[in-house]
Design a protein. Structure first.
Lengths: 230, 230
DNA sequence: CGGCTACTTGACATCTATCAACCGGGGTGG
DNA sequence: CCACCCCGGTTGATAGATGTCAAGTAGCCG
């Protein structure tokens, strides 16, 4: 991996975590690297190990018997891959590009979590945040046109990345069209067409592995107008 | 209210909760009743009070600026209305039919929760379960046809009710078509038509305020066939 | 009994899925 | 080093599902 593995495993502890506890947590985990596309764990599998993402991007998804797939999230460095409470994984996870993770034995991690009300509370807040994200996603899946869905996805993605580093132009888009489609409940052709339409409107510009966002922010999403139209 | 308020506030404590702790929790809350349609709290409002549902049905929803609505859940007795950690409500809630709730001061409830690792853990598991529900819902919203969505909704609803009492025939359906539509990301006309179609297939039978489920179970949903077709 | 609200049904428009062809870049093997 | 192939992506034509607009029905409450 060319990138430095600088992302400390903040995990659900975020910044407000006690340095001592953070050190303890780090000692509990072992660093592992997954190549692009590799499955980290699968739905319904026993969750003996649980993972926190330290570098790269993952995709979490559920699969239906007939092969249809729903991507439920694209975790970024610092995110935990699911809740460490259940004894089985509730979704599958794999690496989008090369990723670095911290692996924990679930039993050890649980013991650690329960040893400190502070950590426990952090985990609660993480869970509440995840729930909130899922409910936002419900809103998007239930109400949006393809264009709204794609535009909102791009903005959210940019903002999440910006939260980690400086705003990058172009915004990298490491996942495939199919992943975005399965995230937004659309077909990959629709993703492609919608991106093309947004590009024609001069709202975005597609680049090899990313996208430039011109007139796309929360305000324009809220009003349904793009800066290019104003 | 004609029904007895027999539903004890199990809340996130469920059955495994220590009787002493349960008594303490009950003392913390005050019983309140909301008439049909009344708003319990609204999105973004300060969450000074938080609620557990003891009788009736609620609807939780997010609203977009242009009025579009996404129902994120239909809580049943024993369910908590959201996570008590955030200082603001992340969605609105109102009563579907007359409901009875336990109201807590958030600060007091939080203090209570943090006083006991056992309770804390219960709350965690509740949160994890809520997240799981939301992700199942994502799957449904992203992948299903209208017929799949409605059929799955009916089965899930029946199963949730069955978990509380005996299976009822007909299964009561206290929410409006519009609520179901906003839950499933469809239009109310589509709900109406889809229900009619399922009735013609002899899979369901509509009754004044409920529905009889004939050949509808998890197996038939998985295979895409209904018992009536076999 | 009247009027309101929820619900149903119909006709039509539109969006997205589907099927299919094609393009382009990166990697592999000759 | 070049050619080929494979995979991801784009674009086009078409059909079908659902949204939209509109009218009409049924049940409930005053």
């Amino acid at each position: 991996m060319s990138r430095a593995l600088h992302s400390f495993p903040t995990l659900f502890c975020a910044e407000a975590c006690d340095p001592h506890e953070l050190r303890e947590l780090r000692q509990l985990g072992t660093s592992v690297v997954f190549p692009s596309g590799k499955t980290i764990f699968s739905e319904d599998e026993r969750a003996d190990s649980v993972f926190g993402l330290s570098d790269g991007v993952a995709r979490l998804y559920k699969t239906l018997a007939d092969g249809r797939r729903q991507v439920v999230a694209f975790p970024l460095p610092g995110d935990f891959l699911g809740m460490p409470f259940a004894d089985r994984h509730r979704f599958s996870a794999d690496a989008v590009g090369e990723t670095a993770l911290y692996r924990f034995l679930r039993s050890e991690l649980m013991h650690f979590v329960q040893s400190s009300p502070n950590i426990m509370r952090r985990l609660m807040e993480f869970a509440a945040h995840e729930l909130d994200m899922a409910q936002h996603q419900l809103m998007l899946l239930g109400n949006g046109s393809a264009e709204e869905k794609v535009a909102t996805f791009l903005v959210n993605w940019r903002d999440r990345l910006a939260h980690l580093t400086n705003v990058l132009q172009p915004v990298p888009l490491p996942m495939r069209r199919q992943d975005i489609a399965d995230f937004l409940g659309l077909q990959l052709e629709t993703i492609s067409r919608t991106l093309a339409k947004l590009e024609q409107k001069n709202v975005i510009r597609l680049t090899p592995k990313g996208v430039l966002l011109n007139g796309l922010d929360h305000m324009s999403l809220a009003t349904g107008r793009t800066a290019a139209e104003v």
